[in-house]
Design a protein around this ligand. Sequence first.
Ligand SMILES: CC(C)(COP(=O)(O)OP(=O)(O)OC[C@H]1O[C@@H](n2cnc3c(N)ncnc32)[C@H](O)[C@@H]1OP(=O)(O)O)[C@@H](O)C(=O)NCCC(=O)NCCS
Length: 280
Amino acid sequence: MDYKIRTATRKELDIAVEWAAKEGWNPGLHDADTFYLTDTQGYYFGFLGEEPIASISAVAYDQKFGFMGFYIVKPEYRGKGYGLQIWNEALKHLPTQNISLDGVAAQQENYKKSGFKLAYGNIRYEGKGSDDKLDDKNIVSLSQVQFDQLVSYDNQVFPTERRLFLQNWIMQPESLSVAFINERNILGYGTVRKCRVGFKVGPLFADNETIADALFFKLKSSVGGQESIFLDVPEVNKTAVKLADSYKMKPMFQTARMYTKEQPKNDLNKIFGVTTFELG
Ligand SMILES: CC(C)(COP(=O)(O)OP(=O)(O)OC[C@H]1O[C@@H](n2cnc3c(N)ncnc32)[C@H](O)[C@@H]1OP(=O)(O)O)[C@@H](O)C(=O)NCCC(=O)NCCS
């Protein structure tokens, strides 16, 4: 049967999200809406006849930076060359970009063969929300902060400006986004969102450990003590690892952050939680 690859519709992206859930990646309930709008031409499916059997994303934030994810072939079709074909097709969408990804251990060697270089590991930590509340006058809803200010703060920490992504990400249903401000300056911000299992915090960006802790505590206490909470931490940021440890969170999954070009110069010491493993 003919194998055909084409860009995915928004509805088809839900299939990839379903496959991601089966892989145990625990997608956020509303991730797909923001993901798709960030680059509507960045999602691909491979079909055998009418049946979707392979997915991948290759999101172009701009001409300089792109991110790959959702690289999944339906289990019964693996090892037959369908994955590599959709991979190569998706790469054509990112001809000029420094391309990044968060790879699972099993695929790292393949990505190296495809020209990706290991930058550092990210660790997914699992813990519990909290029933304790603590008012911190420096923490405000992100809607109270000027959007341009947020975009500019985010760009100190993320490899490129991601105005479109942020616009949708912080407005998604079943989520809370807060900022830590001091005399109108943003010193950190974070989002917590509902996932298939519990909640994920991402991003959690902050100027220092105390601010990260205050933001994390606020986000964690917004979901309640019964819920699981997940935080994806770059292991090179030792203060972030310390923060996860201080809440007795347990490592449960690891990825390799890789880039095709130079590792971007953004400040990893401000990343206490990665935004997502699918879009960076
Ligand atoms: C990863 C996955 C999508 C690969 O798809 P696949 O259809 O099984 O792979 P293929 O049959 O096309 O692989 C053909 C060959 O290309 C290699 N290959 C696959 N992807 C590659 C890549 N991105 N770069 C270089 N080589 C690659 C394979 O190792 C294989 O090499 P071999 O012939 O020497 O054994 C699939 O195994 C899968 O869905 N895994 C579970 C989900 C997952 O972990 N995804 C990766 C997340 S980071």
